[in-house]
Design a binder for this molecule. Sequence first.
Ligand code: GLA
Length: 670
Amino acid sequence: MTWSHADKAWPTRGLSYGADYNPEQWDKDVWREDVRLMSQAGVNLVSLGIFSWGLVEVADGEFHWDWLDEIVDLLGEAGIAIDLATPTAAPPGWLLAAHPGIRPLDHDMQPHWPGARLGWCPSSPVFRTYALRIVRALADRYGHRDHVVMWHVSNELGGGNGRCHCDTSAAAFRDWLRRKYGTLDALNKAWGTAFWGHTYRDFAHIIPPRGNDMKNPSLVLDFDRFSSDELLAHYLAERDVLKSVTPELPVTTNFMVGAEPDVVDYPRWAPHMDIVANDHYTRSSDPVPEQDVAFSGDRMRAMTTQRRPWLLMEHSTSAVSWQPRNRAKTPGELIRNSLSHVGHGADGVLFFQWRASRAGAEQFHSAMVPHAGEDSELYRDVCTLGRYLRRLAPVMGSRAPRARIGIVFDDEAGWAMSKGVKPNNHLAYGRIVRDWHHAFWRLNQSIEVLPPWSDYTGYEVLVVPALFLTDDDTAARVSAFAEAGGTVAVGFLSGVVDEHDQVRLGGYPGAFRELLGASCEEFRPLQEGETFTLDNGWSGTEWTELVRVHDAEVIARYAGGHLGGRPAITSRSLGAGGRAVYVSAGLDSDALLALARSLVDPAGVADVPRGVEVLVRRNEEETFTFFINHADDTAVVAALGREMLTDEAVGGELRVPAGEVRVVRSGTAG
Ligand code: GLA
């Protein structure tokens, strides 16, 4: 096998296929079997060494490379490329014993005990020194091996050490605040510290949000921002060492992008990645897991420059092992999930992990090779997927066209909304955004879930759901979008506070009041089980408001109760055909679907059978249309071109069997 450095912008020549590979858990005879099965399944990339620090550096400065040398050679001989991980997610026991001060402390100042992973404080200079030494040693030893094609920095940074409250972190937080505010006066003003007489007279008096009592939300928000920046600084420090040895190799780390506010601010991290990579796991309790797959893909695409391909670094072949009841995937779900990620812009599909572990905390997590072994439906599906990905190689590098729907999602807004006392403490930011996404997803609309600072030009509809924290710039650009002829839908609890988490006065949603021509005098959150009905028949739960209209048309009013006759949904027309709709109530999913339908141009609602998801990627010459049939019946869709998985000509109609995927390749018109 020859390897070409010229190909290293993307780690593999075809779509990447593989997994986290943890050979250290197995005897060497299993390694040879692994490599045989990997080749049989079409695996071309594995993430190696993720948790291997304690096995390589067995004591302070004492390195044992033999086993890693051997497996690196074995993979190279088999033509399998390596995404080599820096092992810093798993500090060795000797390091934790010698320097217990590197452990992160939670808000009750309880340490993260050894036995799990990511047990280190991101601000610890001691940890940083040891971490960069092993990173350097690894890069020197393997960075110039031809089949080491990418660096995988640590693992899911922040998962375990996302917020550290120790004294080292406190000092770093104060430095961060000094840089941000310059003076204590500016900080006191931004945080509104006169409340409860908390005005700071000295930076040294500021401590992270320790304990459980009610904190100043502005302090908590800045601590969240600081924590994200500290972990990013760690990533950058590792990256710089790697780049100093192998400037040509892509460096990444695996994000955990889903529908919850992230532990760190990934959209702000993404520009620092050579390849943006994600880990995605569905929830057993989720009634529509395929929409969660779509949601994460729609976020990932908006994080890359101009919707460039991204890499699915981890997902599961079947059940995970960290949920209360771990659902096995249904027949076809593994392939549907994987190809849905590809349809959403991934140029590679990797799993956690290659071979299911016998021992350890994740011994019942699914893998590409299950405990049952090679003779299993799961492994046969893994081989089928490998074949499919080889047939889909021409898709590589193609991009989704600009989506029709933009949905604004912001970690800072999510953090601000979900921490501290709120009018309804049971509302979840991610759930609200996902409900909006669900409505447009059911209409088969192309969607991007984008950070607020994105360029909004080109979308047909811009949705701003629960953007609790909105800065002036975002508010101005949302208004400009509507003024230029776009449709904006602002959901309740948007634009309530400014970037310092201070309420915008004069009626909610302060940042969008003028644009909407309507405002809210008082929130009227509902109690559990309480519902409302509108005069157009729509209903909902959880949230209502006392809304006053200044310059807008009322689309729907409350049909009864103490808000009877009052506006719930309003719309203001702007020049150039734009409009700004305010959805001040917590609509249920059917009502949101009906509302979404009223917002999009009917000509753009594809006529496909229910349950079929349609995704498009294209390059200059070709268009690739993915049809994913989530339903229980065969679907017939309109298509023209060549089907890539079955290699059949498609002359106008295509049958997509229940639970299966078809991808049609055709010329890109114009
Ligand atoms: C994460 C981690 C993996 C593994 C999986 C299990 O994604 O990165 O090491 O723990 O979860 O689902």
